[in-house]
Design a protein around this ligand. Structure first.
Ligand SMILES: [Fe+2]
Ligand SMILES: [Fe+2]
Length: 256
């Protein structure tokens, strides 16, 4: 498979996965479409802050810190400076995402957030999502890892929808937090797609990647639905998975 064919397969996968990202948008939009009391916002904000920080031993922040420390001696000897810089930037971004959502939580509660309390918001479908991703990696190595990063952020859909709200102090703060995260998450997904593009080199690879993207994205829908208190029915999630959803034009940005 040449460069051009691989790029076409990548774009095909992006167009296919867009239904799931549109589904994440529908979940958030349905939640935001009704006036919500500050307490009603707390749940998803805490789930999201947990997801950004992942305060546990195998969480993303700690793993990245350890990876940076481990790679440092190999800088310019196997570890390129551009990759090292990307990791630093990635770490800054994910930690900042935690900060902006934690700040909104503190604004609502008056501020007594602890990482222990946040850890109680590691919801069932988020744990299951981690298990699905882990299985992909264990079974298919790098292809599994990059199929997983391809799905990162879910089209940044909940942030995009969150950016649209406003009109009162809390909604304005939520919108600002979501705007802070949005571009980073679009980049993370693009980076994941670049990585996948670089290693998926046969029709079989792309077929396998599509299977993994389907499984991960379906589980992401369940996770988002739980995060926002189940605004959509299971039946609606299945319709979305079958492609019965309108695709926003903004996903075309991810085509190469
Ligand atoms: Fe993030
Ligand atoms: Fe991210």
């Amino acid at each position: 498979m040449d460069e051009q064919q691989a790029r076409e397969r990548r774009n095909e996968l992006t167009r296919y996965a867009s239904r799931f990202w549109a589904g994440e948008a529908e979940i958030a939009r349905t939640f935001f479409s009704q006036p919500r009391a500050p307490e009603e916002h707390l749940r998803w904000l805490r789930v999201q802050a947990y997801k950004e920080l992942q305060p546990r031993d195998d969480g993303i922040i700690l793993r990245n810190i350890e990876q940076l420390a481990r790679n440092y001696p190999s800088l310019e000897k196997g570890v390129g400076r551009a990759d090292f810089l990307y990791n630093i930037q990635f770490l800054e971004e994910e930690f900042r995402h935690y900060v902006v959502f934690a700040d909104v939580i503190d604004y609502i509660t008056g501020g007594q957030l602890t990482t222990e309390e946040l850890a109680t918001y590691d919801i069932e479908h988020e744990r299951e999502l981690r298990a699905v991703r882990k299985r992909c990696f264990e079974r298919h190595g790098e292809l599994g890892r990059f199929a997983s990063s391809f799905c990162e952020g879910g089209g940044a859909s909940i942030f995009y929808e969150g950016m649209q709200i406003g009109g009162d102090e809390l909604s304005d703060r939520i919108a600002a937090a979501c705007a802070n995260v949005y571009n980073d998450e679009m980049d993370h997904a693009a980076h994941g797609a670049d990585d996948l593009n670089a290693i998926a080199r046969t029709e079989e690879d792309w077929e396998l990647a599509k299977e993994m993207v389907t499984e991960i994205s379906m589980q992401r829908l369940r996770m988002r639905n739980e995060e926002f208190g189940f605004p959509l029915s299971d039946g609606r999630l299945l319709e979305i998975a079958e492609g019965q959803v309108e695709l926003p034009a903004r996903f075309e940005e991810l085509l190469v």
